[in-house]
Design a protein around this ligand. Structure first.
Ligand code: HPA
Length: 304
């Protein structure tokens, strides 16, 4: 049995290798093209999507507790889903969750795939494409981010109004599959204004102080140097993080409306000598989580 499994793994890795090489050369691999992989994952997940969810949430570092607000009808470990990458970061559960909030069907992804973990861009955005194929129309993304705006404090929530992608590999590089989306997607409004306005109204009603700003996407995994934080601010961003940008590009490409929010977990431009650690980021995100959950919950309920 072990030998059969081993032979299977070797074969699969050869196919993945050929697929990667062909893709890098601009061809879609006939053996296992990305679309085929998406179909397989979607087919597997479809039977759990009994309520036909139109809204999905991606939970960033330290924000996994949001799942306690969901009446869960199905919970699938990423490792069980065909062709799904496996999450390796502390603070990410790695589960595809089906359920509802106040009778509104939703899908929650507890755990995402970061470029810095060594995944290729196809893997990073794989779950977003699967969501669309499952019928999702609106995507709410969350992340932990470092604040570079001088008015920001740890624990602030920032609605992302736009992003700057800094040396991040665009997930659409390579042959374009028209079944997924167009070759040259417009990015003039990646974060839907109507969703931003709705979230602001809700924050106002709930008395939650909210910031708005531009998210600066980096690959990580290093936190930024002091000079880099200052540069990011000078370039017009308000917060910096290691996720989200590639997911947003893939969502826009495939035609999903996006809303995204950062929880400010550390302050980049500061006078003291302290270092920034992942543990500190997780603690700050957990502390801000009730406020974040409240806002996301109400936003989901308000959506048509
Ligand atoms: N920089 C980049 N990514 C982050 C940070 C940061 O300061 N905080 C949380 N994610």
């Amino acid at each position: 049995m072990d030998q059969v499994l081993c032979a299977y793994c070797v074969l699969k890795n050869i196919v993945i290798f050929i697929d990667t090489v062909l893709k890098a050369c601009g061809y879609l691999c006939p053996l296992m093209d990305s679309y085929q992989k998406l179909l397989e994952a979607t087919e597997y997940l479809q039977e759990f999507n009994r309520e036909d969810a139109k809204i999905a949430v991606v939970l960033g570092s330290g924000l996994g507790n949001f799942t306690k607000d969901i009446i869960i009808t199905g919970e699938i470990d990423y490792s069980l889903i065909p062709n799904f990458p496996i999450s390796t970061v502390e603070g990410h559960q790695g589960k595809f969750i089906f359920g509802s909030i106040d009778n509104k069907p939703i899908i929650a992804l507890a755990g995402r795939f970061h470029f810095y973990e060594g995944y290729n861009t196809d893997d990073v955005v794989f779950p977003i494409r699967v969501l669309k194929m499952l019928g999702v129309q609106t995507l709410l993304l969350s992340n932990a981010a470092g604040g570079v705006d001088p008015s920001f404090q740890i624990g602030d929530l920032m609605i992302i109004t736009d992003h700057i992608s800094f040396a991040i590999t665009n997930p659409l590089i390579g042959a374009n599959d028209e079944r997924i989306g167009p070759r040259f997607p417009d990015m003039s409004e990646p974060y839907k204004k109507s969703l931003i306005n709705k979230a602001k109204e809700i924050a106002n009603r709930l008395n939650i102080k909210i910031k708005e700003g531009v998210y600066f996407g980096v690959t990580g995994p290093t936190f930024e140097t002091r000079s880099e934080y200052r540069m990011i601010h000078a370039l017009g961003a308000h917060a910096v993080g290691m996720s989200t940008v590639q997911e947003v590009i893939a969502a826009v490409h495939i035609g999903i409306d996006v809303f995204a929010m950062s929880v400010i977990t550390d302050i980049g431009i500061r006078d003291d000598d302290n270092v920034i650690t992942h543990a500190e980021v997780l603690i700050a995100a957990k502390d801000a989580e009730p406020k974040f959950s409240n806002l996301f919950r109400e936003l989901i309920i308000s959506l048509n």
